[in-house]
Ligand binder design. Structure first.
Ligand code: KIV
Length: 278
């Protein structure tokens, strides 16, 4: 294994991130697996096990395919692969909207079974009671407002938010509701830039933007988008910092060529009768 193995140490806490409002930008990426968590942990402040895992790793058409079991399994893997980043696990659709009691029970399960530092829920005014109850139960909460991927079927697609004055007012109300309910930070997704900037100015907790504004207190991207592993459409708000899909395709093609021509395995990959290392 490489030398970036997780070392026993102290994780960045939600309270420390909250205190960074208006200060150094908060660096967040999603992570779903042990090796990716190990590679990202030294570089980021926050690792998010987003329910995007349902699409990115499991091939579902949207995030509605995420389940509690899925979030727990990936949360455990990311916790094993990290030691310093604050780790937040998404509450999947269906685990918190209906009743405050179910929201608290599901949040408790995510924290107890993964050891994560906080949970994230989508919505503002509509789920403020759930956020307040989870916070009251001692579990830090990250909010998520603007474009809400779990509402894709209800909304008939992914719609950028804040284009009309009336819609912007709804977003300001959502942001205030999440802040008042006690969230330590809030993701703003798919929202026109001036509205995301204004939300950041108006509330006292850090805003984490994705397709939002460079003025947000931090930024988050889906890891597969950021490293160019996304094989379908790459959204406008994504910057690709590597093109791993090309690297993976080329490696697979080279391997196939070598196997078919018997160039692999070579003598250096084979065991002889004398003792040699695996
Ligand atoms: O599920 C996810 O990956 C997210 C981020 C896009 C913020 O919620």
């Amino acid at each position: 294994m490489a030398s970036d193995a997780p070392v026993a140490g102290r994780r960045i806490t939600p309270a420390e991130l909250s205190a960074r409002k208006g200060g150094d930008p908060i660096v967040c990426l999603t992570a779903y697996t042990y090796p990716i968590a190990r590679l990202l942990d030294p570089h980021v402040d926050l690792l998010l096990i987003g329910d995007s895992v349902a699409m990115v790793l499991h091939g579902h058409p949207n995030t509605l395919g995420a389940t509690m079991d899925m979030m727990v399994a990936h949360g455990q893997a990311v916790m094993r692969g990290s030691s310093r980043a604050c780790v937040v696990v998404d509450m999947p659709a269906g685990s918190y909207e209906d009743t405050v009691e179910n929201a608290v029970a599901c949040a408790r399960r995510l924290v107890d079974e993964t050891g994560c530092d906080a949970v994230k829920l989508e919505g503002g005014v509509a789920i403020a009671a759930q956020i307040a109850a989870i916070v009251a139960a001692g579990i830090p909460v990250m909010g998520h407002i603007g474009l809400l991927p779990q509402s894709v079927e209800k909304e008939g697609g992914y719609k950028i938010k804040g284009r009309s004055e009336a819609n912007a007012e709804l977003l300001y109300a959502d942001a205030r509701a999440v802040e008042a309910a006690g969230a330590f930070s809030v993701v703003i997704e798919g929202t026109v830039e001036p509205v995301a900037t204004e939300i950041t100015r108006r509330i006292s907790i850090p805003t984490i933007g994705i397709g939002a504004s460079d003025k947000c207190d931090g930024q988050v991207l889906v890891i597969d988008d950021a490293i160019g592993l996304t094989v379908d459409r790459v959204p406008k708000f994504v910057k690709e910092y590597a093109l791993l899909r090309d690297t993976v395709s080329k490696a697979a093609a080279d391997y196939a060529r070598d196997v078919r021509s018997r160039a692999f395995p070579g003598p250096e990959h084979l065991f002889s009768l004398s003792k040699d290392k695996a």
